[in-house]
Design a protein around this ligand. Sequence first.
Ligand code: PA5
Length: 435
Amino acid sequence: MLKLNYDKLSEINSDHGLSRKEIEAESVNLKMYLDKIKSYDLGFYSIIDDEKLLKSIENYASQIKGKFQNIVVLGIGGSSLGTICLQQSLKHLYQNELSEQVYPKLHVIDNIDPDLINGIEELLNLEQTLFIVVTKSGGTPETLSQFLYFREKVKSSNLVIEDHFVFVTDPEKGLLRELSNENPNIKTFEVPSNVGGRFSVLTAVGLLPAKLIGINIRALIDGAREMRDKFLSENFEQNLPFQMAAIQYLSASKKGKSINVTYPYVQKLIKLSDWYRQLLAESIGKELDRGGDKVNVGITPVHALGATDQHSQNQLYMEGPNDKLFIFITVDKHQVELEIPFEEKFSEKLGYLKDVSFEKLLKTEMQGTIDSLVNYNKPSIKLEIEKVDEKNLGELLMFLETATAFLGEFYNIDAFNQPGVEMAKNLTKKYLTKT
Ligand code: PA5
């Protein structure tokens, strides 16, 4: 069960920290914000009840079992980051390098750099490869250009397109949907129209590739449902996502903490930070509020990894500007227990490592970082989960999604659109259009 620990906020100077009372005072807004969120057409927290979706993914997975050595996801942004996070968190950290493979290897190609595309192509045996083309809008040039490229390669290898491509896209709109309608033999999964890209990890977007590489998607959904219940609670104590959003909002608007540093001390969660970076940036960074007034709000997401970044960013975090809220993420138990061997001859210089495991060292380093931040009057909170497994990750993903939905209400902005990404897209099209 996820715990949100914000004890350290009240241990620092009130110019920078927050008292429990200040946070609790926000509880008067809980029901109003929840009602507002419920009044929007949002599918991201109800899609997890869609039994038909889970069955269709499971059926498809059993149909193609043993047919492919490689799964390649072509997608970008919300269509790729969740999948990368699921793979990194829930599979072996060197999964694709293991000599024994029970499930296909998963590669997520989320860029159009030719070196990346060529690089993956050199690894693949096309006969043994399934491409999952993921684009909610069905019109994203990065994804479609990758699709055109690999479709050509599959065709010129005399392979059948529908045997090697699966689509994940909008039920009605977009070019990929048109292509799917033209060729109904291409298996196509839907991303419900009311689920936005960055909120789509628990739809076929993330669940399909996850299932194909052996992730227990039902446990993931179970965890997400538990957190969804908390999100729907009108009780402040139970509603952890609301508490989180209140802390982020108050820290940013009242204490000048416009940067959030996600700082897992868990290697497996490094990609969760990438996923969350998009969620927070695209959802909250907005020019206009819901009334159409210019507000230019946003929280800048940054990520760090413990203990690695103690040796890279901590100097800035301790002594630089006090403009950040630190969000530590930790687990009660790592997957393995590894002792650090000790020899008496090192006792003078390394005596502190006697009888210490890697887990203990890592956790103690985190404590050292958190306590140093307190000494420098820098605010931090901690998200604690038991371990990195499907259930806990499902809970964590839903927690961050629903906290972001609440944060949108605190700012009175639409957390579910992204008008700011349109201009660059349109300019690219304009520059490339031949007259
Ligand atoms: O959150 C979003 O909506 C975006 O980041 C999209 O996920 C991203 O632009 C990719 O879009 P699409 O899935 O339509 O290809």
